[in-house]
Design a protein around this ligand. Structure first.
Ligand code: HEM
Length: 661
């Protein structure tokens, strides 16, 4: 046998000198054929269960599948358009991965209550931010890891604890106010020509508000949640938010581009790409910051058992298998995840609130009137930072360092220079008072419905066995995507969803809950079939009594739903309420013409509000529509935000001014 083998691999074989090459080639072909048979055939004959029964938009590209249509910054609008055409459950193919998009609140609630496994996208984000293998409870695919951290840290977000964290929020808000007021000093008289268009009185000024907001929220998270005395003193604090945001942007690109993700991880990438090298440096800096924070928390004395503040919960976190206390290096992914989750979502939500306030000046005035009437952030709430500044200077002299103000990303430290203000916690409204303001909360809810900062979050992967869903049996390994944006904007769930209407929340306190309508509708429309004909579409049985007896399904879920919903929502919504109330009580906000959604669009929107006519509801909404212009400004990502937010602020004369007495 050996002889015949060597014959076919030697130049004395049937093809002469080519024999060995041909033999190798034939072997290779054999391997490829074997692989095709073992891997490909099962794929072809894999049971698809009821997947094929779901409608699907036309595939944009043979290889990319529907991903091709989603390669745009506002892809949530494309999916919304499909929802309108193909119903509340339909399927997409992203490369080779089947994804089921769900905008039916009952089925979405069923998925989030019963399917725990997140997709790899979550761990990808964690690893870009924290380094290879460094995943937090957010990104882990290990349920024991998730359960351990969630169970230990969830008590940290009780309302009792949020009241404790609130002092840190007010300190950070004082710096935001200082930085905005400084813009007034610098920009006074600039852009005065805009006054008439914006209907403001007195002086107004232009401000790029995202960076100061992000900085404020980062401080609120570190000083509030982790009880760090003054985050501005931490080495690397000034660059932390920009570094995290640039890494998040990279992670977002990798989510849509697997080749980029693979390349990013290769050892050659930082040598050949300046961008990758910068990302690696940013990751090192961010990790070093979080590790120092973790070390600071762990260095504190053992907390008493009744202490459930976040630092204490993290302090008592143990390794899920060894049961040992964690080192700072082991704890940094969780600290980093809480830091990032805490500031980016809240900053973008406040940004969207200011955007909505600019588009809907009448509603903005209603909220401002409510705040004025309730005396929220009124007289005495804002005080000069003078005495504190002096005290800090003394302390700094004591520590032998100069208390010099440093201009930081997003507006400067605001200490040691004139005009710095702070909020007096004795006079500022507390979390409970803010929660009781109907118009403020209706305004925030309506903004989070129309512009959720987690528009595309909450993806899950179906388990290793087939899953029953909405009366259908789906194969294992399918991505189940309860799309928050679709739930919030579907005409099946909301009347005139594109309209900004506070009354939804004022008239009906339960309006976020889905109204049960019997069987769930799964459209079996063919492409191009209109929504109006959906009534004749195939009805499939609903999720069944078990699911309907479960947690109340919501058509409003900015904080997700089920066991993996937002653990920090009490803190998040409190921070958002406090910041929106502070800003709208003191300033009248409008969009700068650079935003491309100027007074004309705002006026059209206001007119729409008046007439109840609404804004165009098609995917792009027509070239001039507000929806289209908003979509053009939107960057859909792990945290969905505006590409930029440039505002014109004018003081509410006599409404907040003069408090700094
Ligand atoms: C307005 C602000 C916020 C919004 C809109 C928001 C939204 C969300 C959503 C939708 C999820 C669920 C994702 C999923 O289903 O996979 C989530 C998860 C999470 N959020 Fe938030 N969030 C906000 C603020 C915060 C804050 C302030 C913190 C804490 C500091 C936080 C910490 C977390 C964590 C740790 C998770 C993962 C929970 C788990 O895996 O069990 N979030 N958030």
């Amino acid at each position: 046998m050996w002889d015949s083998l060597s014959f076919y691999y030697s130049s004395s074989g049937p093809a002469g000198a080519w024999t060995p090459f041909l033999a190798v080639l034939l072997n290779l072909l054999g391997v490829i054929l074997a692989l095709a048979l073992t891997k490909g055939l099962p794929l072809l004959f894999k049971p698809t269960y009821d997947l094929r029964k779901l409608p699907s938009p036309p595939v944009g590209d043979l290889i990319l599948g529907h991903a091709k249509s989603l390669l745009r910054p506002d892809y949530h609008r494309v999916i919304l358009d499909w929802t309108r055409k193909y119903g509340s459950i339909f399927r997409l193919r992203i490369l080779t991965q089947w994804t089921v998009v769900i905008t039916d609140p009952w089925v979405a609630a069923q998925v989030l209550a019963t399917v725990p496994r997140r997709t790899h996208n979550y761990s990808l984000v964690d690893e870009v931010l924290g380094g290879p293998g460094k995943v937090s409870m957010f990104g882990t695919l290990d349920e024991a890891h998730w359960r351990n951290v969630r169970k230990t840290t969830a008590p940290a977000f009780s309302m009792t604890n949020v009241r404790r964290y609130y002092g840190g929020v007010l300190s950070a808000a004082g710096e935001l106010l200082t930085s905005l007021e400084r813009h007034l000093d610098q920009n006074l008289d600039r852009d005065r020509h805009q006054l008439e268009a914006y209907g403001g009185g007195g002086c107004c000024w232009v401000v790029d508000v995202e960076a100061p907001l992000q900085r404020m929220m980062l401080r609120a998270t570190l000083e509030g949640l982790f009880e760090v005395p003054d985050a501005r003193d931490l080495p690397g604090f000034d660059l932390l938010a920009p570094r995290i945001l640039s890494l998040m942007a990279e992670a977002n690109r990798q989510i849509t581009d697997p080749i980029r993700a693979a390349w990013f991880r290769s050892p050659l990438a930082p040598l050949m790409s300046k961008h990758v090298a910068e990302c690696r440096r940013a990751t090192r800096e961010v990790v070093a910051f979080h590790t120092r924070t973790a070390a600071r928390l762990l260095a504190r004395p053992d907390p008493s058992p009744d202490n459930t503040l976040l630092w204490a919960c993290l302090h008592r976190l143990r390794h899920p298998t060894t049961g040992r206390k964690l080192s700072p290096t082991q704890l940094h992914p969780e600290v980093g995840m809480y830091t990032t989750a805490g500031f980016d979502t809240t900053a973008s939500t406040v940004g969207w609130c200011l955007y909505a306030a600019s588009l809907h000046p009448q509603q903005q005035e209603r909220v401002a009137a409510e705040l004025r009437a309730a005396g929220v952030f009124g007289r005495g709430a804002v005080v000069p930072e003078q005495r504190e500044e002096e005290r800090e200077a003394q302390e700094a002299r004591g520590r032998g360092r100069a208390a010099e103000p440093s201009e930081a990303a997003g507006g400067g430290k605001g200490r040691g220079t004139g005009g710095a203000v702070r909020l007096d916690p004795r006079v500022a409204p507390g979390p409970d008072e803010l929660a009781r303001l109907p118009l403020l909360n209706a305004f925030i809810n309506e903004t989070m419905r129309l512009y959720p900062s987690t528009a595309v979050s909450a993806e899950r992967t179906s388990p290793d066995h087939p899953v029953r869903l909405g009366g259908l049996t789906l194969p294992p390994g399918v991505v189940l995507w309860p799309l928050v944006y679709g739930l919030h904007m579907s005409e099946d769930n909301w009347e005139q969803p594109e309209e900004f209407r506070l009354e939804r929340w004022l008239d009906d306190p339960h309006c976020a809950l889905a109204r049960p309508t019997g069987d769930r509708v799964v459209s079996e429309q063919q492409p191009g079939q209109s929504r109006q004909r959906q009534g004749q579409a195939g009805r499939v049985p609903g999720p069944g009594p078990a699911a309907e007896e479960g947690p109340a399904p919501r058509r409003f879920m900015p904080f997700g739903e089920g066991p993996k919903n937002c653990v920090g929502q009490n803190f998040g919504i409190t921070v958002v309420r406090a910041t929106v109330a502070l800003l709208l009580s003191r300033y009248r906000v409008a969009l700068h013409p650079d935003m491309g959604v100027g007074p004309a669009a705002a006026a059209a929107a206001a007119e729409g509000e008046g007439k109840g006519s609404g804004i165009s509801s098609s995917c792009n909404g027509g070239s001039g529509s507000l929806a289209a212009r908003t979509a053009a400004l939107t960057r859909v990502a792990v945290v969905t935000k505006l590409a930029r937010l440039r505002l014109v602020l004018s003081r509410r004369e006599g409404e907040g001014e003069g408090d700094e007495a």
